[in-house]
Write a protein that binds this ligand. Structure first.
Ligand code: 13P
Length: 249
């Protein structure tokens, strides 16, 4: 049985004080939850404070991005070693906003996936099609390419713990969700690609989340699908009550 994973991507929101207040509020709301893995992904500046706040709790920490080198002359970047040092368990890689605004290609995402695994971090790899791609009928082709690209050169022994997030770009921050059946359909395609890359057992065990306008009122339907193993939540994760409601859904 795959343990569901619900992660809150706070994106570029929350000062240190705000982030601490949010996670403390969340902590008390989800303290009795043990059947779902709960992850928060604050901005780099708040990682340390949130790490302190969640010590001994059932909430895990993730970063939203990282560089693929452990150190060096890369002004403005943060390395896997630094994230591990702060207590991160996960790191989001290849989010569509990074692909769209910061030029991240499948090749860059792949370098980051390799670096995360080498550094003891579990990647949450984001894939998903734009509206244009969807309308051209190329969703399957694009998510297949992104999945294969991200996982290129990773061997089966390293695959355990990797999480994939299917986030259709047209559903992010727009209030438009993919229907639960459609999200499930694409996630099943991604799972079959994972089976092709590794083997059916790894594909069966890999957790694949849905992301894109997940809210308390649609989470239950999404999570009732056979292959949706949780959510990567943006906007609604900025409210402790909404995020806790999604976790409990
Ligand atoms: P929203 O939940 O705000 O649509 O964002 C989804 C997302 O991009 C999570 O990574």
């Amino acid at each position: 049985m795959r343990k569901r994973i619900v992660a809150g991507n706070w994106k570029m929101h929350k000062t240190v004080d705000e982030a601490t207040a949010l996670v403390n509020d969340l902590k008390s709301r989800v303290k009795d939850v043990s059947h779902v893995e709960i992850v928060v992904c604050p901005a780099f500046t708040a990682l340390s404070a949130v790490a302190d706040a969640i010590q001994g709790s059932n909430i895990r920490l993730a970063a939203q991005n990282m560089h693929w080198e452990n150190e060096g002359a890369y002004t403005g970047e943060v390395s896997p070693v630094m994230l591990k040092d702060l207590g991160c368990t996960y790191v989001i890689l290849g989010h569509s906003e990074r692909r769209a605004y910061f030029g991240e290609t499948d090749e860059i995402v792949n370098k980051k996936v390799k670096a995360a695994l080498a550094g003891g971090l579990l990647p949450i790899i984001c894939v998903g099609e734009t509206l244009e791609v969807r309308e051209e009928g190329k969703t399957e082709e694009v998510v297949t390419r992104q999945t294969k690209g991200a996982l290129d050169g990773i061997d089966a022994a390293q695959a355990e713990g990797i999480v994939i997030a299917y986030e259709p770009v047209w559903a992010i921050g727009t209030g438009r969700t993919a229907s639960a059946e459609e999200a499930n359909r694409v996630i099943r395609i991604i799972r079959s690609v994972v089976a092709e890359i590794f083997d059916p057992k790894i594909a069966h065990e890999m957790r694949i989340q849905y992301g894109g306008s997940v809210k308390p009122n649609n989470a239950g339907e999404l999570f009732s699908q056979s292959d949706i193993d949780g959510a990567l939540v943006g906007g609604a994760s900025l409210s402790a009550s909404d995020f806790a409601a999604i976790v409990k859904a």
